[in-house]
Design a protein around this ligand. Sequence first.
Ligand SMILES: Nc1nc2c(ncn2[C@@H]2O[C@H](COP(=O)(O)OP(=O)(O)OP(=O)(O)O)[C@@H](O)[C@H]2O)c(=O)[nH]1
Ligand SMILES: [Mg+2]
Length: 223
Amino acid sequence: MVLLRHISIALTAAVAALGSALFIALNYFYKRRIWSPQAEYCTIKEEEEERGKRQVLVLGLDGAGKSSMLQGLSPGAPAAKRRDCRPTRGFNFISLDGPACQLDFLEIGGREDLRRYWSDYLRRTHVLVYVVDSSDRNRLPLAKAELHRLLRVEPQLPVVVLGNKQDKPNAVTVAELHEALSLDSVSDDRKLFLLAAQLGADGALRTACWGLDAFQDLLLQLV
Ligand SMILES: Nc1nc2c(ncn2[C@@H]2O[C@H](COP(=O)(O)OP(=O)(O)OP(=O)(O)O)[C@@H](O)[C@H]2O)c(=O)[nH]1
Ligand SMILES: [Mg+2]
């Protein structure tokens, strides 16, 4: 009886040891010895890069014009629908095929309760497009605070700030926006662009001096 118990303990120990060895070997094989969200995001990012995909994260306060921008970029979106955007409660996603790679645009809603999730997506992103409502003067300090919070999380990530709604009479100029967002204080090492933008009557995004193609070209150079 005692011998049987010894044999069963020895067998259990052997199975446990074998299982552990297999687990360690598999983890070593996949180079994911310790799981962490950061490592997981890096792996996803690398895998997407291999498949020629680049992610553009589109953030900004609620009502800034993120969804309108995405709709403006979508080639097939009917013009009438483009101005009819509802607040984004979660995510919004479009994919554009470029000559060298696919650009995946991911918008996360700008409502206060959603902003806390923004920084979770920075690690698998290749470029951040930060949309600001240039006519929402009262909330420029908040837009600035949220932008700088993101910049602190990813010090190297290229950023394009879109000063949107330039068609509105009370919109601040690009120079005023530069100051209001304290873009002077951003490190010279970071690639940072500030563009004035507005939706055209057809619902397509227009950036000052630049057409839509040039905006996409800029993104393609940054990713
Ligand atoms: N006049 C003007 N209105 C704009 C412009 N861009 C967007 N809008 C309007 O602004 C409102 C809000 O736009 P959305 O694209 O839904 O804003 P959002 O940033 O996606 O907002 P959330 O999803 O709530 O975070 C809509 O009524 C748009 O039609 C613009 O350049 N000029
Ligand atoms: Mg939206």
